[in-house]
Design a protein around this ligand. Structure first.
Ligand code: RIB
Length: 312
């Protein structure tokens, strides 16, 4: 079982030719609403990519909050349709988290009102992880309270679970948090905020990977957008995973697809090596950018396999 602790948002994605200047109003070309939030997107990626010939390879359970509003109803329905278990998604007295996504050409910008996501508590973690074992995985990001994430990682480590951490959006972290992380997956911006190193070339990328290992993380993966990713297992194995090119429609959710695909293929099932899992995640993320939206644009395993023939 993979437990995903994280945010669930209603994404309102507005496409427009350019962003307004101060005091200006710009008419948008289109509006699309759908399921989003880093936690929800990663859980959906695991559910969709984990389904092979109608058989669930890896059940996924989301731990999160939505409001007691219409948005909350529709997001829970969507999660269930995608095959995500929502037994530990609670309804709370705050509005459902909402993200405003602006799309101008290939550029996306996201503003998040966390709402119900901010109400997540340690009790929610205790309740959800009650039956977890060392065969299970915990995956977290940072759109829910940091102290709850730190607690969940500590608890998962005590149980012996595999822990994966996507530090997005990045913020200053307590040093001891890193000791409870098996695999960290930041992007370039997050890497710079967390380590002070801008991973602009191979040497600085190696320095940043090394910095994560020195803080106690076992595996580190820095995603580099259209430049692929660099990965390291902390014992001297370092590799660059090349990008997969697709026509870019909307990059929202691509990073989440990568993280979900990696969580699914590497530690939980053990079907791929670390490098192969990252290559599979790259292919899945590339397909996500070719469609509009977050959770809706995440491909199935069959779509990834059909596009790339061999997925690794
Ligand atoms: O990573 C993409 C996600 O970030 C969007 O779905 C939005 O909800 C924000 O959480």
């Amino acid at each position: 079982m993979i437990y995903v602790l994280g945010s669930i948002n209603l994404d309102l994605s507005v496409e427009l030719e350019r962003l307004p200047k101060k005091g200006e109003t710009v008419i948008a070309d289109s509006l699309k609403s759908g399921l989003g939030g880093k936690g929800a997107n990663q859980a959906v990626a695991i559910a969709k990519l984990g389904k092979r010939d109608d058989k669930d390879v890896s059940p996924v359970r989301l731990i999160g909050n939505v409001g007691k509003d219409a948005g909350g109803d529709s997001l829970i329905n969507k999660l269930n349709e995608f095959g995500v278990n929502t037994d530990f998604v609670h309804r709370v007295n705050r509005p459902t988290g909402t993200a405003i996504v602006t799309l101008t050409g290939k550029d996306n910008r996201i503003m998040v009102y966390t709402g119900a996501n901010s109400g997540l508590s340690k009790t929610d973690v205790d309740e959800a992880l009650e039956g977890a074992t060392s065969a299970d995985t915990l995956l977290c990001q940072l759109e829910v309270p940091l102290y709850v994430v730190a607690y969940a990682l500590r608890k998962a480590r005590a149980i012996g679970m595999t822990t994966i951490f996507n530090p997005a959006p990045a913020k200053e972290l307590p040093e001891d948090l890193y000791y409870n992380v098996d695999i960290i997956v930041p992007n370039e911006t997050e890497t710079q905020i967390l380590t002070g190193i801008n991973p602009r070339d191979y040497d600085s990328q190696i320095d940043a990977l090394q910095e994560f290992h020195e803080r106690g993380v076992h595996y580190a993966v820095i995603t580099l957008g259209d430049k692929g990713s660099v990965i390291s297992d902390g014992t001297g194995f370092i590799a660059h995973i090349p990008p997969r090119k697709t026509a870019v429609v909307d990059t929202t959710g691509a990073g989440d697809t990568f993280v979900g695909a990696l969580a699914l293929t590497y530690p939980h099932i053990g079907m791929y090596s670390f490098r192969e899992a990252c290559a599979f995640a790259t292919a899945a993320a590339a397909l996500t950018v070719s469609k509009r939206g977050a959770a809706d644009s995440i491909p199935t395993f069959a779509e990834v396999a059909a596009m790339y023939n061999r997925v690794i």
